[in-house]
Design a protein around this ligand. Structure first.
Ligand code: NAP
Length: 330
């Protein structure tokens, strides 16, 4: 049974494989080039067994299907996007751009809404579509309260969760990335983990139950996009340093991959995204050695990342992408 024309949901191999009779697992789907695959793989049920039909589909066809799905999500006034860390930097740029390219509702989470003037200014122009809610991603009670507000505002529906809140340094509180093992401080390490790894995990725990599922409701798949960083890649680590940040983003990457198996079965695509080095408070102390052409304006990076989300296919579930859509090794 071909499940739908665009192939949405076809990458959720884990979910389908459990339908094979007598608990027998299906062979894994052949590895495809994320975002640029040229083959379409359809699962067909044949009595108790499943069989795989591989048909040729051009990259252009896949791109068109993704664009159609994005148009449905972006044009639906009932769609809901949740953004964390929305007070400044990339989170703020996400909310700004979503306000114009997306017709649905936006829930912007930040620790102290009264201290987020740019976000509040944006709300003045979009009071019915945007709500700003208090959120500390390190505290489960705060995440729970936030999720309740999301449920009320979004009528129990969330289409996209962008886990943007992050920590690299907090100079006022003596938090700076370490250059060597001798600089390690367990409390600072823990703080990095709480913001960068525990935070997205708690958000996924409390928001994913509201995500619409393709199979049941016939809508385009939902997305959890975790703002990771290339320095969180173990395979790409050729430099060392920044131990706590790297470790916490590597843990977040493991969350992405692990959650992708669980949530993929429900029609949710979970990905990690690297925005490039962006001109925000986070990178400010480290910009000296960055070539101007490699230091992105937040607006530029966020356009790239929203384009990336719009271009996702179900088979991208559980992958790590740079802003330019190139895959990054875990
Ligand atoms: N900028 C880059 O070059 C770069 C590169 C790679 C990856 N990234 C990732 O991209 C994401 C966004 O970075 P950015 O450059 O926009 O950083 P940023 O300008 O420093 O902003 C960080 C945001 O996270 C929020 N935040 C921090 N701790 C929080 C907590 N406990 N609960 C809720 N929110 C919290 C901050 O809120 P407050 O205003 O309340 O502090 C702020 O909104 C991060 O995950 C970062 O790791 C950035």
């Amino acid at each position: 049974m071909a499940r739908n024309r665009a192939g949405a949901g076809l990458g959720f191999v884990g979910g389908w494989s459990r339908h094979v009779s007598h608990g027998e697992r299906m062979p894994r789907m052949p590895r495809m080039q994320p975002l640029a695959r040229t083959r379409r793989v359809l699962w067909a049920r044949n009595g108790h067994a499943c069989r795989m039909i591989v048909s040729l589909a051009s990259g252009e066809e896949a791109r068109q299907a993704a664009a159609e799905r994005a148009a449905i999500r972006n044009g639906d006034s009932d769609s809901v996007v949740v953004v964390t860390g929305a007070s400044r930097g990339l989170g703020l740029a996400f909310v700004q751009q979503l306000a114009s390219r997306f017709k649905g509702k936006i829930v912007a989470g930040c620790r102290s809404p009264v201290d987020a003037p740019a976000l509040n200014a944006l709300w003045q122009f979009n009071p019915l579509r945007l709500t700003i809610e208090a959120l500390d991603v390190t505290e489960e009670a705060s995440v729970q309260r936030f999720a309740e507000r999301v449920r009320e505002f979004g009528n129990g529906r969330v289409d996209v969760l962008i886990n943007c809140a992050g920590l690299l340094h907090d100079q006022q509180n003596g938090v700076m990335p370490e250059r060597s093992l001798s600089a390690l401080d367990p409390q600072i390490m823990e703080l990095n983990f709480r913001v960068n790894a525990v935070g997205p995990a708690l958000m996924s725990k409390h928001i994913s139950p509201m995500m619409v599922t393709t199979r049941k409701q016939g809508r385009v798949f939902s997305v959890i996009a975790n703002l990771s960083a290339r320095v969180g890649s173990i395979g790409d680590n050729g430099l060392g340093g920044w131990h706590s940040y790297r470790m916490s983003k590597a843990a977040q990457n493991q969350l992405t991959r692990t959650a992708s198996h669980e949530l993929g079965k429900r029609g949710i695509v979970v990905i990690a995204m690297h925005p490039g080095t962006c001109d925000t408070d986070l990178s400010m102390p480290f910009q000296r050695n960055v070539k101007p052409e490699k230091l992105f304006a937040p607006d530029f990076a966020v356009t790239q990342l929203l384009d990336l989300i719009d271009a996702l296919e179900a088979s991208d579930n559980g992958h790590f992408f740079a802003y330019d859509r190139t895959p990054i090794v875990w």
